[in-house]
Every structure is written in C-alpha cells, then in structure tokens.
Ligand binder design. Structure first.
Ligand code: GN1
Ligand code: MG
Length: 364
C-alpha cells in the first residue's frame, strides 16, 4: 500500500510523540514492511512502520513478541550497565496506550524512537562485520534464558527449508505466470540440493542442535553501528521466534560475506569473501563462548549454504508466483535475487572445506 506523506503524518499523530509530526520520508531498504523516518516540530525523530499483513498475518502477535523480547533485553542491558534507550528498540505507544494502530482499511502501524547510528546495506570493512557478529551474538546471549514458549510463531515454518522446497515445487507445477521456462535451470539447480534441506531440522529433532530463541533475519542492515563500527543495537525484531542459532549465523553470511548486492545483475561479481566469512565467524564464536554446542559447530559452515539456498528458493518461488511476497522495484528483480543466491550457494560449495577450517580455527 503506497501512502501519501499527509496520510503518514495523520496516522503518526495518533502516537505519543514529542511534538506534532511534520515530516515523513521513506527509510531503509526492507523487502516487507514500509519504513519512514518521521520528524516532529520539536525535531525529535521516530521510525514509523506499516506492517505488511500479507506476510505477518497476525500483526498483534508480532507486537506481543516484540514487547516481551524487548522487556527481557532491556533488563539485561540495564544489568550490564548499558543504556537501554540506545541499545534496544523503544516502541512508542498510541494515545490509547497500544503498540499497534489499526486503520479502518486494514492497515497496521507502529512506531519506535529513532536511535542515531549507521545502517549499511553492504559490508565496507571486515571490522564492521566482526562487530555485527558480536552484536547478534550478544542478542542471542541476552535471550538465552528467555522462555521460548511465550512467543508466537509469527510466520509459519519460517526457516523450514523442506517446506520452502515444497512451496517451490508447487509454484513450479502451477507455473501461474508462465515464467517456468525462463527459470528451468535455476529450478533444477535448487532441486538437485533438495536432499540437504532437512539437515538442520533433523538435528533439532534428534536433539543434537538445541532450539533457541533466535532473530531469524540477521542481515547486515538489521544492525545499527556507531561511527567506529561498533554495534549499538539489533533491529527488525519481527521474526524473533524459537529457531536455531544456525539460522542466524547462516543468514548473516548469506547477506554480508559478499560484496555484491542481493540483486546484482553481474554474477561475476557475486562470490563469498572468505576474509569476511572469517571476521563474522570470529565475532560470533567469541561472543557465544562455550554456549555453542558441538552439534551447532559441526553445521555452522553448512548453515551459510543452507540459508542462502533457502533464500534463493524463496525468491524463485515468488518470481514464479508473480512477485507477491517480496517488494520489487523493477521487473525481474526477484529473478536477479534468485541468481545471486544460487551463485553464492555454488561458490560456498567450492569453498566449504576452507569455511569449515575457519570455523574450527575459532571454535574453543
Ligand atoms: C526479508 O524485511 P527484510 O527485508 O529485513 C525477509 C527475510 C529475507 C530477506 C531477504 C519477514 O527481510 O526473511 O531473508 O528479506 N523477511 C521476511 O533479503 O520474510
Ligand atoms: Mg530488515
């Protein structure tokens, strides 16, 4: 839903801001929700978001999860002598005391206080990636004693790669938009790797990998860094759910350990930078210490490939279904995204032994 500035300002004024909202500009590069930077007459800034209810079917449950998780993290930050207003997201309530505002036409909106810092869409320096790993590792640590049963499953089967394959096969069988012939090679490439899709799920089932509360969307642009590159705060908590640490590690590598954008058309530019892989692995394992299990360590490098494959087949499925899930800004964007992810999968397969060796180098 495209929103006019006037409409955003009207809805934003329903929240308890310091002063009346006077400006609103699109902000960030998320593929799902709409994000705007709202400024009030007093100069105070807020992050204002419309929640995509096509993706998050129960937005109230998303906000319930976020409130619970933030309450828990806030306490941990305080216990560690930190500043909760800077180190964790701070939701702003509506004048009725709600975390979510619902419009008559089915729109869902929420607001956070704006935290100053930098969000990057790609990793400019390996040290930044190391710091992002530390921040996501710390987030994981803070939630290690959070009672997982309190959380709703906000997106069904979110990181169930086996189910993601089933969806791909359904989209292939239906070929709703007549795009199958164009992507046949990509489908074949993905399906040739279907046997590996259940590896992490199986390890969770047999107990060798513990179920934890995880972020599940650990892209490099979901962490706020200060001017020195140090992590300030983890963003985008919509998918915090019970999951595996492997999902968080793998997704960070998928997005951040390459210099190419997710929709880079020139595939010669798309590969995994092992120096970046090493920076992230070092930061992540340092912050987890001995909390990571042998079962997790043994699948850590593989998880990068699995999460990249999963994301690739999600983009491919969406392309076959007519681009109904991920926002697209131009024709074939989901196809470009598919290609980068599958190229990364291929490159990780070539470099898997080196990735495994890096994991072992930093494992205690
Ligand atoms: C979406 O919302 P955003 O852009 O942070 C998606 C992730 C994908 C990612 C790919 C709720 O994340 O799962 O990995 O795009 N979020 C949801 O860039 O589906
Ligand atoms: Mg995001």
């Amino acid at each position: 839903m495209e929103l006019t500035t006037e409409r955003i300002l009207n809805i934003a004024s329903v929240f308890r801001t310091e002063g009346e909202p006077v400006s609103a500009v699109p902000f960030g590069g998320g593929h799902i929700n709409g994000t705007y930077l709202v400024t009030t007459e007093t100069g105070k800034k807020y992050t204002f978001q419309s929640i995509n209810a096509n993706v998050f079917k129960k937005p109230h449950e998303v906000m319930d999860n976020i409130a619970l998780v933030l309450g828990h993290i806030k306490q941990k930050v305080k216990d560690n002598g930190g500043d909760p207003k800077r180190e964790c997201l701070c939701p702003v309530k509506t004048i009725n005391g709600e975390l979510l505002y619902t419009t008559d036409d089915g729109g869902y909106f929420r607001m956070y206080s704006f935290i100053e810092g930098n969000v990057y869409d790609s990793v400019e320096k390996p040290e930044h990636f190391y710091c992002a790993a530390k921040a996501f590792g710390k987030f994981q640590n803070y939630l290690s004693d959070f009672p997982a049963e309190k959380l709703h499953e906000t997106i069904y089967n979110f990181h169930n790669t086996v189910w993601r394959f089933e969806n791909l096969e359904k989209a292939v069988a239906e070929d709703k938009c007549g795009r199958l012939s164009e992507v046949r090679d990509h489908v074949d490439f993905a399906l040739a790797r279907k046997a590996e899709a259940g590896k992490v799920l199986k390890a969770i089932e047999d107990g060798s990998v513990p179920l934890r509360v995880t972020h599940n969307d650990t892209k490099f642009n979901n962490v706020l860094l200060d001017d020195n590159g140090e992590g300030i705060c983890v963003l985008d908590l919509d998918t915090v759910m019970p999951g595996s640490m492997l999902y968080d590690f793998g997704d960070s590598i998928r997005f951040g350990a390459t210099h190419a954008a997710e929709d880079e058309p020139d595939l010669t530019k798309v590969d995994v930078d092992l120096e970046l892989f090493e920076s992230y692995t070092k930061g992540f394992l340092e912050s987890l210490g001995d909390r990571i299990t042998e079962g997790e360590l043994s699948l850590l490098a593989f998880s990068a490939k699995l999460m990249t494959l999963e994301c690739g087949i999600r983009f491919l499925t969406d392309y076959l279904e007519g681009d109904t899930y991920f926002k697209v800004h131009f024709d074939k964007q989901n196809l470009y995204r598919t290609c980068t992810q599958l190229k990364l999968v291929w490159d990780m397969e070539q470099k898997m032994d080196q990735m495994e060796a890096i994991v072992r180098k930093y494992a205690k």
